[in-house]
Write a protein that binds this ligand. Structure first.
Ligand SMILES: Cc1cc2nc3c(=O)[nH]c(=O)nc-3n(C[C@H](O)[C@H](O)[C@H](O)COP(=O)(O)O)c2cc1C
Length: 299
């Protein structure tokens, strides 16, 4: 199968997930190509048998850049006798609350109008790049879990077994309300500022996915196209970018994804405790069921 994956990643988590997807598909004898948004050139999706879309959840929604990209795909009405092209969605998010499942509703609608049928969707908990910093141990466990789940999810997609997340009632309305973030991002982002510690390295401007940062007199200047993906402030070598209204939630510095002290505290031990416990329990159940299944097949 020839598979394309289009994804956006602000600070690297979704990129890691996307790469693991590609690795798993390839290990199963498929051809898989990754396309990171924003795209550098136009891609014709008709040449692919299966198309994936990946994104980090932003305020219970898909980031605007992902929805805008999906809208650029040519519209197609599927004839009754035709089978629509299959698609899948994967998301990375800092917490596994059920409410965030609604994030794919809008994207699914847009893709449907483009003749793409979302048959599978998956969510992986990865460390927060906004709100608070997960501990090294938590980040490690999250990634180790995702690494075990992704090959199972890819196998399921390849097999044609559909899996969609059950959405909460009024989810569509909720996601629509929270899409205020898209407009809000432009306003909030225009209020970003570099402090005097800025060394004018230009890393933020060079890496901004929205090309929203311009260097002026050796300092970054923030325009009004911000996606609030956090890439600039997260990666700033001097941690000197203040992110306006969101500054209290700023998280800085890439996670190592190496294991740390399991007893380390970050002051958020009770945050969404039940949701995390449910996510890891269900993940563990799927992983051990798959291991048992493959042992039985070997015997
Ligand atoms: C503006 C913004 C909003 C976010 N909103 C949510 C959210 O609603 N739910 C959630 O679980 N994580 C949220 N996050 C955290 C990210 O989804 C999470 O850390 C993700 O793995 C980051 O992926 P990336 O490194 O590919 O950008 C948000 C992050 C940002 C920057």
């Amino acid at each position: 199968m020839n598979i394309a994956i289009f994804y956006f990643s602000g600070t690297g988590n979704t990129r890691m997930v996307a790469r693991k997807y590609c690795e798993s598909f390839t290990a199963n004898g498929n051809l898989c190509t990754l396309f990171e948004l924003p795209l550098k050139r136009q891609i014709d999706i008709t040449e692919f048998d299966l198309v994936g879309f990946g994104y980090p959840i932003h305020s219970f929604n898909a980031p605007q850049i992902v929805l805008q990209f999906a809208k650029t795909l040519p519209k197609r009405k599927i004839k009754k006798i035709e089978t629509p092209k299959r698609a899948f969605i994967f998301k990375s998010s800092g917490e596994p609350v059920k409410m965030s499942r609604v994030s794919s509703l809008k994207l699914t609608d847009i893709l449907k109008k483009r003749g793409l049928y979302v048959a599978n969707e998956y969510q992986y908990v990865m460390p927060y790049n906004m709100i608070f910093r997960h501990t090294d141990h938590q980040a490690y466990v999250m990634w180790e879990t995702a690494k075990k789940l992704i090959p199972l999810d890819c196998a399921e997609i390849l097999k044609g077994t559909e899996r969609r997340e059950e959405k909460m009632p009024l989810g569509r309305f909720l996601a629509w309300v929270l899409r205020i973030e898209h407009g809000g991002a432009h306003i909030i982002g225009a209020g970003y500022k570099a402090t005097d510690e800025c060394i004018g390295c230009g890393m933020c401007a060079n890496n901004c996915p929205a090309d929203n940062i311009k260097m002026k007199d050796g300092k970054p200047n923030f325009g009004n196209k911000c996606l609030i993906c956090a890439r600039c402030s997260f990666n700033c070598p001097k941690d000197c970018i203040k992110i306006g209204l969101l500054n209290g939630w700023r998280v800085h510095g890439a996670y190592s994804f190496k294991d740390g002290d399991p007893n380390e505290k970050n002051g958020h031990e009770n945050y969404c405790k039940k949701a995390y416990a449910r996510y890891f329990r269900q993940a563990e159940e799927r992983i051990s069921a798959a291991q048992t299944g493959s042992k039985n097949n070997d015997n």
